[in-house]
Design a protein around this ligand. Structure first.
Ligand code: 5AD
Ligand code: SF4
Length: 468
């Protein structure tokens, strides 16, 4: 879910013709970036831009970047070096290329990008995507590079086009909240995405309604701190995430609702109750804990203890007994000792995760942890990460093994890897593939689970399907 690998060509590949212009978007990072890349494609569509699958066919290339860990800026500069060659080769053929850097690296290092890569035409932060057409026009007038990384007061969502195409495959992301005020010691998000802000509930409902009309059955509500959602409701009151989920499930009839990423501190009673009351809220929750040591959690400024997390999980499981949990973990936060790490392993052992993401602490300039000293040596981080991932792997395999022999409803979202296969997601977000016709894509059908592979399940359809 938080995979940080590049996802080239987010939109459907399509050849550039003389009446259209080619757009190639390369996306790094979280689902919020995937969503933003789709919205950037939406705002550029009226200008004639259509997705192409390779940069050399593109009149505009956008690099949508992530700054959360690792050597983010270095990766961006190395990719830019490659794209510079593409731009130069196209220029030799007489074709201009607008090169844009978007996302959190653009936000954090905009000036540095223009200094080191002057061939970049546009640098835009996550709050300014709706201004992209205007920036493209300015760049095309060759007025020099354009940089837009302010946090404007207006909501970018208000300016994005309403005619978002519903994705094929029956499943869509919908951003309802951005930014974060939590200031975890290690994290750049409050600096790159800015303060927490929620979209008005009406705007969310309108977008959801359009998605449903386009055949969407599952909506994943997105936000850096999604369960801190507090949007203005149509009734003038503040709506929380639970209220929103109830309306999406009830009035809008959405069959599957998910939300990510949540903070344990914002897991309010009404949201736990919604997990009890709404079968549409899928029984899978990504609830990062980061560490199982109270000392480290305090140093991380997480605002909760390991026992707070244990109690919260117990309450959630009481509300929804089949709830599966996922988490993020960081090993080697400054000051983390062997005893602290052992506390994390104990927490994992006690909770039992269906899946999880784990990372070595990586120092982010400007964050409190970066200047804290007491950095943990790389080899210690490596060893801890290996140990932790081994335990998580055992838990994930056990969780997936437990579904063998069960019949589970799968929402088919696309073709499988092998010809003649379709694949989709179980309620617990497991990837499932079966032999089946393309007509199943966008549909929910029952699957008898027969096999577990490394990161997915295989099974057979239990219902007669139309193979026409
Ligand atoms: N180092 C390592 N991991 C980090 N994350 C965020 N910042 C850092 C960092 N500086 C991880 C956290 C977060 C996930 C999205 O990325 O676990 O939940
Ligand atoms: Fe970063 Fe912490 Fe906010 Fe999550 S809650 S985005 S880790 S500051």
């Amino acid at each position: 879910m938080n995979s940080l690998s590049p996802r080239p060509g987010v939109a459907t590949p399509q050849a550039s013709t003389s009446s259209t212009r080619g757009l190639h978007v390369i996306t790094w990072g979280c689902q919020m970036n995937v969503y933003d890349s789709e919205r950037m494609s939406d705002v550029l569509r009226p200008l004639g831009y259509r997705a192409v699958s390779t940069p050399d066919a593109a009149d505009m290339i956008i690099l949508n970047t992530c700054h959360i860990r690792d050597r983010a800026a270095e990766k961006v500069f190395s990719e830019l070096g490659r794209l510079r060659k593409v731009k130069e080769a196209r220029a030799e053929q007489g074709a201009a290329t607008v090169l844009a850097v978007a996302g959190c690296v653009a936000q954090a290092e905009g000036k540095e990008i223009l200094a080191r890569a002057p061939y970049v035409d546009i640098v835009l932060g996550p709050q300014t995507y709706h201004r992209l057409p205007e920036m493209v026009a300015r760049a095309a007038r060759a007025a020099g590079a354009v940089i837009e990384t302010d946090f404007p007061v207006e909501q970018k969502f208000d300016f994005l086009p309403a005619d978002r195409a519903a994705p094929a495959g029956g499943s869509a992301f919908l951003t309802i909240q951005e930014g974060c005020d939590k200031f975890c010691s290690f994290c750049v998000v409050p600096y790159t995405r800015g303060a927490e802000s929620s979209r008005p509930a009406q705007a969310v409902l309108d977008e959801a309604r359009r998605l449903v009309a386009g055949g969407v059955r599952e909506i994943t509500l997105l936000g850096q701190n999604v369960n801190a959602y507090h949007g203005e409701g149509p009734d003038g009151r503040t709506w929380g995430l639970a209220r929103l989920a109830r309306v999406l499930a009830g009035e809008l009839g959405i069959e599957r609702i998910r939300y990510t990423t949540s903070h344990p501190r914002d897991m309010e009673d009404d949201l736990i109750a919604a997990h009890r009351d709404l079968p549409q809220l899928m029984p899978f929750l990504h609830l990062p804990v980061q560490s199982g040591s109270d000392r480290v959690l305090a140093a991380m400024n997480r605002g909760h203890t390991a026992d707070d997390y244990r109690t919260l999980v117990a309450r959630l499981r009481e509300a929804r007994p089949d709830l599966a949990l996922s988490s993020d973990f960081i090993v080697g936060h400054p000051g983390e000792t062997d005893a602290d790490f052992a506390d994390t392993m104990r927490l994992i052992d006690e909770i039992g995760f269906a899946q999880a993401y784990s990372f070595k602490y990586s120092s982010r300039p400007g964050t409190p942890a970066a200047g804290a000293g007491m950095h943990v040596p790389e080899d210690v981080k490596d060893a801890r990460l290996q140990e932790l991932q081994a335990m998580l792997r055992v838990q994930q395999d056990a969780f997936n093994d437990a579904t063998i022999g069960q019949v589970v409803p799968v929402l088919f979202t696309g073709r499988g890897r092998k010809p003649g296969q379709v694949s989709g997601k179980s309620p617990w977000l497991q990837a499932v593939s079966v032999e089946g016709p393309d007509s199943l894509i966008g549909q929910i059908a029952n699957v008898d689970i027969r096999h577990r592979y490394t990161n997915s399940l295989g099974g057979i359809l239990t219902e007669e399907t139309d193979r026409a």
